[in-house]
Design a binder for this molecule. Structure first.
Ligand code: ATP
Ligand code: MG
Length: 197
């Protein structure tokens, strides 16, 4: 592994210290892949100690060869393209708990990224500011229809770009006051369904 890759990886790894950072990072891949729709769903089973995080988009997708390469960038012999780190680090966070990461994709159709975490494992990253991450993704990408679905032990809360735009009416979605309002609303709802571990 080239030294610059190691340095880039360590630098990015130090920023990916909680799930909300990963969520922002992985969802950004969907936006960069020109997706018009992104669904991010969280399924928490506290009793089993399992958290599943799934990203589904309708972006440009990837070839089978690319899918194989994205989660194991350092196994490739190709050196012409800079390696991505978002998916490998997300995979690392999941597998270090004994969990898994799966990437399914089809060119021109879209991509599904599914990660499973053992939240009882001592090496599991904390949730971080999930409401803040969802808020920034929604308000920062007004052309993308985001949906966030939180499931925790049979309780569910869902929020989407369209829903929020309908609630706001004429108000500008990126106004600081509006952003704060959205974040607090999501935060309260996540708390209400007891989405935490
Ligand atoms: N949802 C997606 N749709 C289409 N292509 C994707 C998607 N996610 C990842 N890719 C492809 O896989 C590559 C690797 O993604 P990854 O997040 O690991 O790194 P990156 O985005 O290139 O760089 P970094 O995240 O480190 O800034 C991307 O550059 C992109 O080509
Ligand atoms: Mg990325």
């Amino acid at each position: 592994m080239a030294l610059y890759s190691v340095v880039r990886m360590l630098e990015k790894k130090s920023r990916m210290k909680d799930l909300s950072m990963h969520v922002t990072d992985i969802a950004r891949n969907s936006v960069e892949a020109a997706a018009s729709q992104v669904i991010v769903s969280f399924g928490l089973d506290k009793k089993e100690g399992v958290l599943e995080v799934k990203f589904e988009d309708n972006g440009r997708g990837m070839s089978a060869e690319m899918v194989k390469r994205v989660t194991d960038p350092f196994t490739t012999t190709r050196t012409t393209r800079k390696v991505g780190l978002g998916l490998p680090l997300f995979k690392m966070s999941a597998t270090q708990t004994g969990g898994s990461l799966l990437v399914e994709s089809e060119p021109e159709k879209g991509t599904v990224v599914t990660a499973v975490f053992d939240v009882k494992h001592i090496d599991c990253v904390p949730l971080g500011d999930l409401a803040g991450a969802a808020t920034l993704l929604i308000t920062g990408n007004p052309g993308v229809e985001f949906q966030f679905i939180f499931n925790a032990n049979g309780h569910s809360y869902s929020v989407s770009t369209t829903e929020i735009q309908d609630t706001l009416g004429e108000k500008e979605i990126s106004q600081p006051k509006v952003v704060r309002f959205i974040k607090e609303m999501i935060q309260e709802n996540i708390k209400d369904i007891d989405f935490d571990f």
